[in-house]
Write a protein that binds this ligand. Sequence first.
Ligand code: FAD
Length: 465
Amino acid sequence: MQDKFDVIVVGAGTAGIPAALAAAERGLRIALIEAADDIGGTLVLSGGSISAAGTPMQRAAGIEDSAERHFADALRINHGTGDHVLLRAWIDRAAETIDWLLSLGWTCTPFEPVFAPEHDLYTTPRTYRSTQQGFSLISAYRGALEKETASGRIELFLGTRVTDIVMESGTATGVVARHGEQDLRLAARAVILTTGGFSGSARHWQDIHGIVPLRYHIDTVVGDGIDLVRGAGGALWHEDTLLPSFGGTRDLGAPASAWVHSVIVPSVRQPWEIYVNENADRFMPEDEPIIDARERAIMRQPNWSFWVLYDEAIRREAPPLFKWEPDKLESLFEGFDEDYVRADSIAQLAARCGLPPARLAATIDLYNRGQAVGSDMLKRTHLPRPIAEGPFYAVRHYGYSICCYPGVRVDHQLRVVDDEGTPVPGLYAAGEAIGIGFLGHGFLSGGIVSSAVTFGRRLGQEVLA
Ligand SMILES: Cc1cc2nc3c(=O)[nH]c(=O)nc-3n(C[C@H](O)[C@H](O)[C@H](O)COP(=O)(O)OP(=O)(O)OC[C@H]3O[C@@H](n4cnc5c(N)ncnc54)[C@H](O)[C@@H]3O)c2cc1C
C-alpha cells in the first residue's frame, strides 16, 4: 500500500465534496479521488435547484413550512413509493444543508423559494434556484476545498479513476486507481463511493433497463460505483424504477445528450401543436397538466420518442414554442436535420419523418374535426387552431434522462449492503451512486442535489465516528 488515509472518497462531485469536507472538519485525513480533471461532477450541467423546508429564505418570505409537510408532499408526488426512512432522513436535514451551503457562499436567486413548474408542484414553495445553476455550488465548494487541501487534511487526486476496491477478509481497506499510465494503491479505514449515476454508460442502461434513451451526463459518470460494488460483494436496488423527463430535443452539438429547448410545460405555455408517436398516433391530451402523467405517457411510446407537429398558421400565431432564436430554428429546418422537418404537404412530412402517411393524415383529420366542434377525443381542452395550412412542421422530441433511479444498495446508515442487506464493512455510498429510487417513483423538484449534498455531508460527519 502506498499511502494510508482515514477515508477515501471516490468522486469529487455534488455528494463527494461535502463528504470530504465534513470528514476533514473532524480532523480525519482524506483522499478525494476524481476521474475528471476538475472537481464538480454533474454540477457543470445541473440546474442546481435545491429543495428544503424550514429555510432562511422561507422565513424571509414569511412562508411557514416544516419537514413534516415536505415529507407529506413528497409521498403525494411519489405515490407513497421510495424508501421512507431515507427520504425522511434527507428531508429532516435538508434545511441544515441549505444553512451549510449559505455559509460556504452559495447563493440562490431570487433569495426566495419558488414552485418549479418543470416537475409536479409541492404545495408550498420550497425549491431554490442556484444563482448560476450548478456552478454556484461548485464555486462554494472550491473555496472550502482549497482551504482543506492547503491544510493537508484533504489530498485531492484529479484525473485519477478508481478501478477497484481493495478487500481484505471481506472489509474494504482501500482502492486501486489509475492516473495516466500509473496504478496507485491507497489504503484507508473507510471508502465512500460518490461516483454519481450511470447516465454515461449505454451498457448499464441496456443491462438494467433494456433501453438506451437520450441522456444528459458528463463523460466520467459511467456507473463505476455499480461495477466497483459488484466486485466488492455489494448489491443494487431499484432496478425496476424508471421515469424519464418529458420532451427534450436532441442537442445537435452533442448527440448523446438531450435537453429541453422547447416550452413544453402546459402551465408555462399551452400547446397549440399535437404530439404523435412513431406510429403517427396521438397518445395523450397535449395539455395534460400533470407532469407525472406526461412522463409516464412518453415512457409507453416506442423509443420514448414523439413528433411535435404544427402548421404555418400555428408557427405564425402561437407564442414561441422554442427558446432558441428564430434564426437558429430556421437553420435547423433549412439544414434538413432529421429531427427538424418542414414539408409542403402532410404526405411529404410523413415520408420525411418516417411516419405511416395514411395514419398521419387520419390522425390530423380526427384532431381537426374535434377541434372544429370543441370536442377532442383525448379530452384536450386547449384547441386554438386546426392543423391545416402548409408548410407543415414536425420536431422530434424525446423522453430523456438526467439521472438514474437504480444504484448501489445501502442501508439506513448509507452502508453498502449485499443482497441479504448485510453491510460490506468499510464501504459507504451517497449521491446518485445509490440511485434516486429511494426518493420514490416521481420527480421531487430539487430533491436530487439536496439529498446528494445532505447524505454526502452526513457520511463525512458519521464515518468512523
Ligand atoms: C442537465 C441536468 C440538470 C439537473 N438539474 C437538477 C436540478 O436542478 N436539481 C436537482 O436536484 N438535480 C438535478 N440534476 C441531477 C443532479 O444534478 C445529479 O444527480 C447530481 O448532481 C449527482 O451528484 P453526485 O455527487 O451523485 O454525482 P456527480 O456530481 O456526477 O459526481 C460524481 C463524480 O464522480 C466522479 N467519478 C465517477 N467514477 C469515478 C471513478 N471510478 N473514480 C474517480 N472518480 C469517479 C465523476 O467524474 C464525478 O465528478 C440534474 C442533472 C442533469 C444532468
